[in-house]
Design a protein. Structure first.
Lengths: 347, 254
C-alpha cells in the first residue's frame, strides 16, 4: 500500500508530467486532442462531425467566456450556467413560433421576433442580470464567492422551472427558429455550424483582445494580488464587474445559439451539474488560456459524445457513465497535471 | 504635532481597531516635504497599520490624516492619484507578469505613452539590475531583485510621498544594504518624501532624517537618529520594558 502511494506521489503533482516544460505539454495535448477529433470524425462521417462541431462551438464559447472570470481574474464562479440559461430562454420566449400550439396547457407570450432581433436582447439581458448580480457579488471573494455564485445558479434554475407564465416550466419551449437573413434561413446543419463557428471566432477574438490588453494585465494582477493592485490606483471592483458582465454576455450568446440550434429548451439544460461540467472543461483545458478552453471543450465533447459508441455500455447508462468518466478524468488530471492541459495556474 | 506649512503628511490621533484589538491608539505624526522618516517598533506594534491607515486600507475609527493641508478621506485608488504610493510588505510583485509589465502596473492608468516610457527608463536607470531583464517574468527574480522591482513599480506613479512597508524583510544581509542605499538615493536624488516602516533599526537609522518609535499602538518616542541611538528606548520597547501611558505627555510636547 505504501509502495502504491509512493508511486502516485512520484507520478503526481511533483512528478515528471508536472515538471515537463509547458510548451512540450501544450504540443502533446494539442496533438492528442486534435488527433482524437480527426480520428473520431473520420470514423463517424460528415453528419455526426457537423453535429459534434456545433456542440463544440457552443461549449467552447461558454468555456472561453468562463475562463475570463475563473482563469484570468481568479473568481471561481459556478453560476455561469445561469447566464447561459438567460440567453437561451430569452431567445426561446422572443423568437418561438407564435403559431405553434404550445400544448395548450401552458401558453406564454410569443412576440415571434426574428432570431437576429432577439439575439442582442439575449446578450444584453444576460449582461444586465450579471451587472445587478455582480454589484452584490463584488463584496465577496474566494470560497464565499463560490457559494454565492452557486446560489445564483440555483436561483436561475428555479426561475426557469417555476416562472411558468414566461418559461412554461418543465414543459419547455418548442419551435425556436434558426437564424435567417431575410428569406435565407440557416436551416441546414452546415449553415448553422458556420454561423456558430463565426460566433465562436468573434468571442475568441474579443477574449484575446481583452487578455492581451492592459485591461487583461490588470485582471492577471487582480488574480495574483487584489490588494496590491488596488494601491496602484485601480478600482478592482470595477474591473471585476466589467469582466463578469462581458463573460455573462458571451454566455448569453451561447444560450441563444443553443436554443436556436436545438429548437427546444427546458430547465434540465441549465442544472447545476451542467455548471460543474463547464468548470471541469475550463480546468481540464487550463486556467487563463484561451487555447486551453478550446482544447478542453473539444476533449469534453469528444468524451461525452464518443461514449455513445462504447460497445460494452448499455445506452441507458451512457449519460451517467459520462459524468463518472469526466469526474475520474478530473481527479487524474489534478493528480498529474493540476494546471490542466495547457494552463498557467493551478485552481 | 502642530500643523505647520512645511508638514506634508500629518496624522492626528489616529485610532485603528480590528474588532477588540486596538492596533493604533491615538497616533500622531508628521512628515515634512522631502524628509525621510522611519517608523520602528517590535512586532505587533502597529507599524504597518500606520501606512495602511494613510492608504485607506485599515479601519480608522478616530483621527485624521492630512496630506498637503487637505484631509485624506478618499478610497485607496483615489489616494494614489494624490501623489502617494504604497509599497506593501512582502514585495508582492505580480509573478505571472514580466518585469516591464510589473513596472507599467505602477502607472497603467496614465494615457500619455511618452510619459509612461520616460518613467520606465528613469526607473530602470535608478535600478540597473532591472535593465536587460525587462521581458523576464518577475517570478524568475531573486528576493532582492523583486524588492527593487516593487520599489520601482511604486516610483512609476511619480509619487511625492513614498510609503515603504518593511522593504528589507526576508532579504539576505548583503541585499539589505543595497535596498537602504536605493531608498536614500530616491530621497536625495528624486527628493521624494519617504515614510518607511522597518524592523532593521540599525540600517534604517542610517538613511532617515527622523524616526518614530511605536509600541502597542502608541508612539513612545520621536527624534533624530542620533537622539534615538542615545536613548535606550528601542531596547526597552523590544524587551517589553515600556509602558506607553508614561510617554503620552512627552510626545505631546514634541
Amino acid at each position: 500500500m505504501s509502495q502504491l502511494s509512493e508511486s502516485i506521489r512520484g507520478l503526481g503533482a511533483s512528478g515528471p508530467l508536472r515538471r515537463m516544460p509547458r510548451a512540450n505539454v501544450e504540443r502533446i495535448a494539442t496533438v492528442v486532442v486534435l488527433g482524437w477529433a480527426m480520428g473520431f470524425m473520420l470514423w463517424q462521417g460528415a453528419g455526426f462531425t457537423i453535429t459534434l462541431t456545433t456542440i463544440f462551438a457552443i461549449w467552447a464559447i461558454l468555456a472561453v467566456s468562463l475562463n475570463l472570470v475563473v482563469g484570468f481574474t481568479g473568481l471561481l464562479s459556478v453560476g455561469h450556467i445561469g447566464f447561459f440559461g438567460i440567453g437561451a430562454y430569452t431567445m426561446a420566449i422572443l423568437a418561438s413560433d407564435a403559431s405553434y400550439d404550445q400544448l395548450r396547457t401552458e401558453s406564454i407570450p410569443t412576440p415571434d421576433w426574428p432570431f437576429f432581433a432577439a439575439l442582442p436582447i439575449c446578450i444584453a439581458l444576460a449582461g444586465l442580470v450579471a451587472l445587478g448580480v455582480g454589484i452584490v457579488f463584488n463584496r465577496f471573494r474566494d470560497d464565499i464567492f463560490v457559494l454565492v455564485s452557486f446560489g445564483f445558479a440555483i436561483i436561475a434554475f428555479s426561475f426557469f422551472l417555476n416562472l411558468r407564465e414566461l418559461t412554461r416550466g418543465a414543459f419547455g419551449i418548442h419551435e425556436i427558429p434558426r437564424p435567417a437573413f431575410g428569406s435565407w434561413a440557416l436551416d441546414g446543419e452546415v449553415e448553422f455550424l458556420v454561423f456558430a463557428l463565426i460566433c465562436l471566432a468573434l468571442v475568441v477574438l474579443i477574449c484575446w483582445l481583452i487578455v492581451t490588453s492592459s485591461f487583461g494585465r490588470v485582471l492577471t494582477a487582480i488574480r495574483e494580488d487584489e490588494e496590491a493592485i488596488a494601491v496602484f490606483g485601480y478600482r478592482v471592483t470595477h474591473f471585476k464587474l466589467a469582466v463578469w458582465v462581458l463573460s455573462a454576455m458571451m454566455a448569453g450568446l451561447a444560450g441563444a445559439l443553443l436554443a436556436s440550434w436545438t429548437s427546444f429548451i427546458d430547465p434540465n439544460s441549465f442544472i447545476l451539474l451542467e455548471s460543474m461540467l463547464l468548470i471541469a472543461i475550463v480546468i481540464l483545458g487550463g486556467l487563463a488560456t484561451i487555447w486551453g478552453s478550446l482544447l478542453g471543450a473539444m476533449a469534453f465533447v469528444l468524451l461525452e459524445e464518443g461514449m455513445r459508441f462504447l460497445p460494452f455500455l448499455p445506452p441507458e447508462f451512457v449519460g451517467q457513465a459520462r459524468q463518472v468518466v469526466l469526474g475520474v478524468l478530473l481527479v487524474v488530471l489534478m493528480l498529474f497535471r493540476p494546471q490542466g492541459l495547457v494552463g498557467r495556474y493551478r485552481l | 504635532m502642530n500643523a505647520s506649512s512645511d508638514v506634508s503628511l500629518e496624522l492626528t490621533d489616529i485610532a485603528v481597531h480590528y474588532g477588540a484589538v486596538r492596533a493604533l491608539d491615538g497616533v500622531s505624526l508628521g512628515v515634512s516635504q522631502g524628509e525621510a522618516v522611519a517608523v520602528m517598533g517590535p512586532n505587533g506594534a502597529g507599524k504597518s497599520t500606520v501606512l495602511k491607515a494613510i492608504m485607506g486600507l485599515a479601519p480608522v475609527v478616530a483621527g485624521e490624516v492630512h496630506w498637503r493641508g487637505r484631509r485624506l478621506e478618499a478610497e485607496t485608488h483615489e489616494i494614489v492619484k494624490e501623489g502617494i504610493c504604497f509599497v506593501p510588505q512582502g514585495r508582492r510583485v505580480f509573478t505571472h507578469l514580466s518585469i516591464e509589465e510589473n513596472l507599467e502596473m505602477g502607472c497603467l492608468y496614465l494615457a500619455d505613452e511618452v510619459e509612461k516610457r520616460r518613467r520606465l527608463e528613469s526607473v530602470v536607470e535608478l535600478f540597473p539590475i532591472l535593465h536587460g531583464k525587462r521581458r523576464d517574468m518577475a517570478s524568475q527574480m531573486s528576493g532582492g531583485q523583486q524588492q527593487m522591482l516593487a520599489i520601482g513599480r511604486g516610483l512609476m506613479g511619480n509619487p511625492d510621498l513614498l510609503l515603504l512597508d518593511e522593504p528589507t524583510l526576508g532579504l539576505a544581509p548583503i541585499v539589505v544594504g543595497e535596498v537602504f542605499e536605493k531608498v536614500r538615493e530616491i530621497s536625495d536624488r528624486l527628493e521624494t518624501t519617504i515614510l518607511i516602516v522597518e524592523h532593521n533599526i540599525k540600517g534604517v537609522l542610517e538613511i532617515v532624517d527622523r524616526g518614530y518609535v511605536l509600541d502597542k499602538g502608541r508612539i513612545v518616542h520621536e527624534g533624530t537618529p542620533d537622539s534615538i541611538r542615545e536613548t535606550n528606548i528601542l531596547t526597552d520597547v523590544f524587551l517589553g520594558r515600556v509602558n506607553p501611558e508614561q510617554y503620552e505627555g512627552e510626545i505631546g510636547q514634541l
